[in-house]
Design a protein around this ligand. Sequence first.
Ligand code: MG
Length: 242
Amino acid sequence: MFDLEIKKFLQKNNYPQLEIRAVFFDMDGVLYDSMPAHSAAWVLAMAQFGFRFTTNDCYMNEGRTGEDTINEQMKLQYGRQATPDEMSRIYKLKTKYFEDAGGAPQPMPFANELLQKIKRQKRRIALVTGSGQASLLSNLQADFPDIFSTHNTVTAFDVTRGKPDPEPYLLALSKAGVKQHQAMVVENAPLGVQAAKAAGLFTIAVNTGTLQDKVLADFGADIVLSSIEELYNKWDQIVTVK
Ligand code: MG
């Protein structure tokens, strides 16, 4: 069913085959249904500091670290770099609104089932997120038992250049000890897809937010699906393509 997409990917990158030994997951909007709370917090915090920043802007910037998001808007709207103090104050307020919204975000339906299945298939798993939310990272063990540790997570703290730069995914490749044609990425955000593609990786977008599928395809997603549940149901078809 996905033969064509995989063949196109292999030809374009000049890889011999796709041999999925490792699967890299983005966190927000992929493993957790956390994007509605994040975007609401961003919109409120940015407005308080005099930025125009809509829900759509939030989805289009998703994947950047908090500091990068603030700095980009400062450049776009005020024509200068944000100072470290400004970045820290705005991000602190965003984090406060996110935490005030109450309750840890729920795991995405079928995320744990998918992770456990991949683990049973003896493929490696890594988390590759631009997030620096301590509250979310600490929930991983409770929500996805025995999947994630410091050895297979890449967060905002591990990289100097966040998504859309390929650095987070290149670091995941080296942590997993696999080559590009041996890994696959699951992302929900345009800039996350861009980062994964810049790292030379086969990328499945799950469109769990408010954007059109076309946006994710235009940013380079090899396959666009509607949910993690759909990915779970189609998983074996995807990984058995030769
Ligand atoms: Mg995401």
